[in-house]
Design a protein around this ligand. Structure first.
Ligand code: TYM
Length: 333
């Protein structure tokens, strides 16, 4: 029975092609959870416009993210896949939560600080600043138990929990307080050119990230150029962030433990290790890419999925929103 299952919510911004980080840190984990949990996976287009976006790119990227979800193995008959802007309860609850979130809390978000530094001419929007309270609304609307995300979303999730607890204390028990679900391996895939920082599609050097749209040869080339160190020993050490990152990628995809991998590459050089990592990634991403490209040819099918998803999500979200409106003192229409 779906009603007895715990609830999972997560989302990805449609802001360009997804990276290997998005895939290993988020989507790959989601597929393992779909039988056991009642899952909502959203494409957060409203979050995407917190920095300027070309409308035609946003439309294209939104469908691409949906196609990636399905291609990666999320079954639209088991999980709810939907587009954030289709369920207006997200912004409605977002507003209420904005009124319960402190300026100081939002100012402390490291992602806000990083992203606002990148905005030209200091054009930082109010949307970028209040982004985490919309994210809290996404999660809290579904009475979510667990939120599977990469490490970089931990701080946002902690804020979502604080907001939920604050609301419950002020108005009485309303929201489930969500827990983060962050896997041990693959929660922070690093930049291939600078393995001390996170892999991100906004990086200016395209050798630093693997995109889910990259062809086989680009993937091989990028791993060949991946920065390591001069020690020449494959082992897990914080002093070897490049090697550590490659070990994590290998282990996350194959399920082999890092200890096993270290043994396997004992006495072998980085060239062979990097080639093997590249092949593993190529073999993981090729079927995903092919399936995604096929799905993108069938827009009617994708439309069917997001229509059905929005309807299901809307029903649940409205119920929570009605409760919230009543509790804060809004008169029902
Ligand atoms: P976004 O779109 O930046 O990233 C989507 C997911 O990918 C993970 N991720 C990574 N994991 C490992 N290594 C990396 N290098 C890497 N880069 C990205 C992210 O942790 C995330 O899980 N604010 C969110 C979107 C969002 C959301 C939500 C998430 C909006 N509402 C509600 C969960 C619940 C974001 O910008 O993710």
């Amino acid at each position: 029975m779906e009603d007895n299952k715990k609830v999972i919510f997560s989302g990805i911004q449609p802001s360009g092609s997804l990276t290997l980080g998005n895939y290993l840190g988020a989507i790959k984990n989601w597929t393992n959870l779909q039988d056991e949990y009642n899952c909502y996976y959203c494409i957060v287009d409203m979050h995407a416009i917190t920095v300027p976006k070309e409308p035609k790119d946003l439309r294209k990227n939104t469908l691409e993210v949906l196609a990636n979800y399905v291609a990666a193995g999320l079954d639209p008959d088991k999980v709810t896949l939907f587009i954030q802007s289709h369920v207006s309860a997200h912004v409605e609850l977002g507003w209420v939560l904005n009124c319960m979130t402190y300026y100081g809390e939002l100012g402390r978000m490291t992602q806000f600080k990083d992203k606002s530094k990148k905005q030209e001419n200091n054009n930082i929007t109010a949307g970028l600043f209040t982004y985490p309270s919309l994210m809290a609304a996404d999660i809290l609307l579904y009475q979510t138990d667990l939120v599977p995300v990469g490490e970089d979303q931990r701080q946002h999730l902690e804020l979502s929990r604080d907001i939920a607890i604050r609301f419950n204390n002020r108005y009485s028990e309303t929201f489930v307080v969500p827990e983060p679900y962050i896997s041990k391996v693959g929660a922070k895939i690093m930049n291939l050119q600078d393995p001390t920082s996170k892999m991100s599609k906004s990086d200016t050097n395209d050798n630093s990230y693997i995109l889910l749209s990259d062809d086989d040869d680009s993937i091989r080339r990028k791993f060949k150029r991946a920065v390591t160190d001069s020690l020449g020993i494959v082992k897990l050490s914080d002093d070897q962030p490049g090697v550590k990152n490659l070990l994590g990628i290998y282990s996350k995809i194959t399920g082999e433990s890092v200890d096993n991998l270290v043994q396997k590459y004992e006495g072998k050089g980085y060239a062979e290790f990097k080639e093997d990592v590249a092949e593993i990634v190529v073999n993981e991403l090729r079927p995903l890419r092919e399936k995604r490209d096929d799905l993108l040819k069938n827009k009617d099918y994708l439309e069917e999925i997001y229509h059905k998803g929005a309807e299901k999500a809307e029903n649940v979200a409205r119920k929570t929103l009605r409760k919230v409106y009543k509790k804060v003192g809004f008169i029902p229409r």
